[in-house]
Design a protein around this ligand. Structure first.
Ligand SMILES: O[C@H]1[C@H](O)[C@@H](O)[C@H](O)[C@@H](O)[C@H]1O
Length: 611
């Protein structure tokens, strides 16, 4: 037992500081009735109801994944049927993410005011409306309106669902259940890619089914939530003590919830002291523990997106084409395989999160992500160095003004979005290659010459847009698989999971709104800048850059992310009581404040006298 140090940290408030492991040990030793009760509640079937709640809420995650994933396949058909310019294509893709960024920020306010349940009902209603608008759209303006609507739904769902699941879950299942939401996101992306593949064979209106099908899970969620309860923590915060106790007992399978109820209630009472006056965001910024939590939450979301997940996913079809897949339909199905890999490894995260904890999982994941990005970059670098030269200059007068014919190598040709590489093969060697302008209506073919009908294997003519034929494609493919295997269990789900648990109740809606907003803003930034970054730095430069950013993220996580596994939501806030860059340090240096009757005690370990 180490010595007890008294330290006044927060006025009118006393805390006992312990390491998280001490607290977990204490929980086991001294709170054994609680743990037994929780375990008992697990056996008494409460998880059944909690799983039902998690399932219906995570449909929000499914819709997030489906609606962000389905658009790439739908766009292939839409651009032909509606004759969309590349500006309109970009608009239709990015308006959803932009709207999600705005509505996730607004979602914080709505959550605080109307509660989690109303927000989830609102999001599923908006999803249904968006799906209907998209499926009946008869022009691009209506499509834009539908994509905007869907984005509003995604933003609200993305910040509300993890909070709701975290608040209704018992602490020993919380990590796993919130991570299931990300499993549903990646599941939604996978289902979207399968639906894209299936309806891409329809000559007309295939996109209506692709975009409209989201109404089914949205309506299911809406109906489900008409019967599901509000978060007991939100009810208690609003002073609805009777309903809060009823809901808590219902969620815990009817067992005695006195202790859990009391602990939430007393923590809300004490939070009133922390919370101070003024708008919530201001109070977060001026109250050190909440401010630190916000920095950690936003930082994690930022590094998730800066690690380039959406670029890698989006670019996977091209990566696979580089590996020799020439057939477009085949590329669509292989992109579905990529989405499936992402889903599968997120499942590994669900399995690991309560076993190894959030911190170790995130650390291992981000380090592996950085290493895989280097493998990807090395593959691109070798391909660029071995880039085939342009050997054939067609004598077509219509090409004289084109910049494409000025390039000497495939690498520089393919980095210009207006050009593509047209070539023949002699065994595995590239022959008679030229850089040609791309058909603006259909990037799968050149605007003129041999490749104006795209790749025609039977004629020995190949068209490469966005990539170059290379024998190093296996390294790139290896990098892609490693990337997903490392990213999906940790960096994919942990930013959402950790954010759902690190804020005190008074700051939870706003904290999650801000961090989700950061996620969406960085998502837009990375996807909109990727092509420009690739043009300036080349592909390998871009992936080396993402790798460097992931390494920075690693340093951030080492310094700042404390372990929250097994702790009650009410206990987690105190992990942020110390200077930020030590709160993530090993168990012995992490501190936990336990409030005791208005006192502010602090100890390194093993303090059990909660009075
Ligand atoms: O956690 C999710 C998940 O990793 C998805 O695959 C990705 O598309 C999202 O941007 C991310 O927030």
């Amino acid at each position: 037992m180490e010595e007890l140090i008294v330290d006044r940290r927060v006025e009118d408030e006393r805390s006992l500081i312990k390491t998280p492991s001490d607290v977990q040990a204490d929980n086991q030793e001294h709170d054994s009735p609680t743990s037994t009760r929780q375990k008992r509640s697990v056996q008494h079937g409460s998880p059944c109801f909690v799983y039902t709640l998690a399932f219906f809420s995570a449909l929000g995650g499914f819709l997030f994944g489906y609606d962000t994933g389905v658009v790439s396949g739908a766009m292939l058909l839409l651009k032909r049927e509606m004759n969309l310019s590349s500006l309109w294509q970009e608009l239709l893709v990015s308006i959803t993410v932009g709207a999600a960024a705005i509505s996730s920020l607004a979602g914080g306010y709505l959550n605080g005011l109307y509660g989690r349940r109303i927000c989830i009902l609102l999001a599923s209603f908006i999803f249904s409306a968006g799906g209907i608008i998209l499926s009946v759209a008869h022009n691009k303006e209506v499509l834009l309106c539908g994509r905007l609507t869907v984005g509003l739904g995604i933003g609200i769902a993305s910040m509300t669902v993890p909070v709701y699941i975290a608040e209704v879950s018992p602490s020993e299942l919380r990590g796993q259940l919130v991570t299931i939401n990300t499993l549903f996101i990646t599941g939604g992306q996978f289902v979207a890619s399968v639906v894209d593949g299936a309806f891409s064979y329809l000559p007309h209106d295939g996109w209506r089914y692709m975009l409209g099908l989201s109404v089914v899970p949205a309506a299911l969620q809406f109906l489900g939530f008409l019967f599901l309860p509000e978060s007991p923590r939100w009810l208690l915060q609003k002073g609805d003590t009777q309903n809060a106790r009823l809901v808590l007992s219902r969620i815990r399978g009817g067992v005695n919830v006195d202790e859990e109820y009391e602990s939430i209630r007393s923590s809300i009472e004490e939070e009133k002291i922390d919370a101070g006056e003024g708008p919530v965001l201001w109070r977060i910024l001026t109250f050190a523990p909440a401010r630190r939590a916000l920095i950690v939450g936003c930082g994690l979301q930022m590094f998730q997106q800066l690690s380039g997940i959406n670029t890698v996913m989006y670019y996977s079809a091209t990566i696979l084409q580089m590996s020799g897949v020439q057939d477009d339909q085949m590329a669509i199905w292989l992109a579905a395989a990529t989405a499936f890999t992402n889903f599968l490894f997120t499942l590994v995260g669900v399995w690991l999160v309560e076993r190894v904890g959030r911190r170790k999982l995130t650390l291992g994941s981000i380090l592996g992500t950085a290493a895989s990005l280097m493998v990807l970059a090395a593959g691109f670098l070798l391909s660029a160095q071995a880039s085939p030269p342009v050997t054939f200059h067609p004598n077509d007068p219509s090409l004289h003004n084109s910049t494409c014919i000025t390039y000497g190598f495939c690498e520089s040709c393919m980095l210009n979005p207006d050009c593509g590489f047209c070539y023949g093969k002699n065994g595995t060697a590239v022959v008679e290659s030229s850089c040609m302008p791309v058909d603006t209506a259909n990037t799968e073919a050149a605007a003129a010459g041999r490749c104006s009908n795209g790749t025609q294997e039977s004629l020995g003519v190949f068209w490469a847009y966005n990539y170059c034929p290379t024998s190093y494609s296996w390294i790139v493919l290896l990098g892609l698989v490693l990337y997903l295997a490392f990213f999906a269990p940790g960096m994919g789900p942990m930013p959402w999971t950790v954010n759902s648990e690190i804020y005190p109740l008074w700051a939870r809606s706003t904290g999650n709104a801000c961090s989700a907003g950061v996620n969406w803003i960085c998502n837009v930034l990375v996807s909109l800048t990727f092509l420009h970054v690739a043009q300036y730095l080349t592909y390998y430069g871009a992936f080396f850059l993402y790798s460097g950013l992931a390494l920075l993220g690693f340093v951030f996580v080492v310094g700042c992310l404390p372990e929250t596994k097994g702790l009650r939501l009410e206990e987690i806030e105190s992990l942020f009581g110390r200077q930020l860059c030590s709160c993530g340090a090993g168990g012995s240096r992490s501190v936990l404040y336990t409030r005791v009757n208005g006192g502010n005690y602090r100890s390194d370990e093993d303090v059990t006298d909660d009075e």
